[in-house]
Write a protein that binds this ligand. Structure first.
Ligand code: SF4
Length: 309
């Protein structure tokens, strides 16, 4: 039987969000929305029109890969989403990764992931992911502080993070972690930063990417759940200046790791970047210089920064 070549006959499903570093990637939707959907500080998928989670079939995914391969035959990188694509199940994920690499010979395949999902999958499955060509995974570390993670309903523990990071390092899959400035509010910002620095020093990810807490969906039916705690006073949002002090404290406590540290989002008040091993002192100096500016100048800078994601 003659195998028919795919033709451009339909539009592949789009992801809701992707990391900024994947802007040139071939974007493949494996799951829709977030499987967990409980983090108080989040609510991004519901607020962007995807309140429910669902798994796509391998047939749907490979059909999209065919279409994407026709549109971007020279793509060098690919990315699997939405929030927790490994929740689709190992067989579908691994077959989708293998199929993608057959259709488009990308140099890098990346996905979003959750530490708790990877912890449940276990070490052998992480080796399978590496064997299928997954090179890097974007994970929400958010905070190293157990009390904050519990309050924010993140569903992850230090034990999970450390075990998963060890397995990923051993499998040769790069770890890209997100840290959320302001997650401890004004009351626990020092605990937030100190515990976060400690766990980063322990797991030494390839990337640390800073984000600033932003509460989604004001005035909508799908508002970020944390808005309730802000209203009842049990969570007091961090100030702009406090957010910069968090970056200062974090850089002061991190070791000279083989980690690229960056603030690659427009909502960061300060955007230092560099390798912790070589550039940590320079980044810290940049933050200190900013904090030494006259107060009026700093306030004017904060007002210029967009709060949108
Ligand atoms: S932070 Fe991630 S895991 Fe938590 S609800 Fe949002 S998308 Fe889901």
């Amino acid at each position: 039987m003659i195998q028919k070549s795919p033709t451009l006959n339909r539009t592949p499903e789009s992801l809701i969000i992707r990391p900024p570093s994947e802007w040139r990637s071939l974007l493949v939707r494996i799951t829709r929305g977030c499987n967990w959907n409980r983090c108080r500080f989040c609510g991004i998928y519901p607020s962007m029109g995807q309140p429910d989670f669902s798994r796509r079939s391998l047939e749907e995914i490979t059909g999209d890969i065919d279409q994407l391969g026709l549109r971007q035959p020279d793509a060098e990188t690919a990315f699997f989403g939405d929030a927790d694509p490994l929740a689709v199940g190992m067989d579908v994920f691994v077959n989708a990764a293998r199929y993608l690499r057959r259709v488009v010979p990308v140099q890098r395949l990346t996905c979003y992931g959750r530490f708790s999902t990877l912890y449940k999958l276990g070490r052998d499955n992480i080796d399978r992911l590496a064997g299928a060509g997954l090179n890097r995974i974007h994970l929400g570390l958010e905070s190293g502080d157990a009390q904050i993670l519990q309050f924010q309903r993140k569903g992850q523990s230090e034990k999970m993070v450390v075990a998963v990071a060890d397995w990923l390092h051993e499998a040769g899959i790069e770890i890209s972690c997100y840290v959320l400035l302001g997650l401890g509010g004004r009351d626990r910002w020092q605990e937030h930063v100190t515990a976060t620095a400690a766990i980063i020093n322990r797991i030494e990810p390839e990337f640390i990417r800073l984000r600033r807490l932003w509460l989604y969906g004001e005035g909508t039916d799908n508002a970020c759940p944390l808005r309730q705690q802000v209203r009842d006073g049990s969570f007091v949002p961090q100030s702009p200046e406090g957010t910069v002090l968090e970056v200062q404290l974090l850089l002061g406590q991190l070791k000279s790791l083989n980690t690229f540290f960056l603030c690659d989002h427009a909502n960061n008040y300060i955007t230092v970047s560099g390798y912790l091993k070589e550039d940590r002192a320079d980044m810290l100096r940049e933050v200190n210089d900013f904090l030494a500016l006259p107060g009026k100048q700093r306030q004017a800078h904060y007002q210029m920064i967009s709060s949108k994601i």
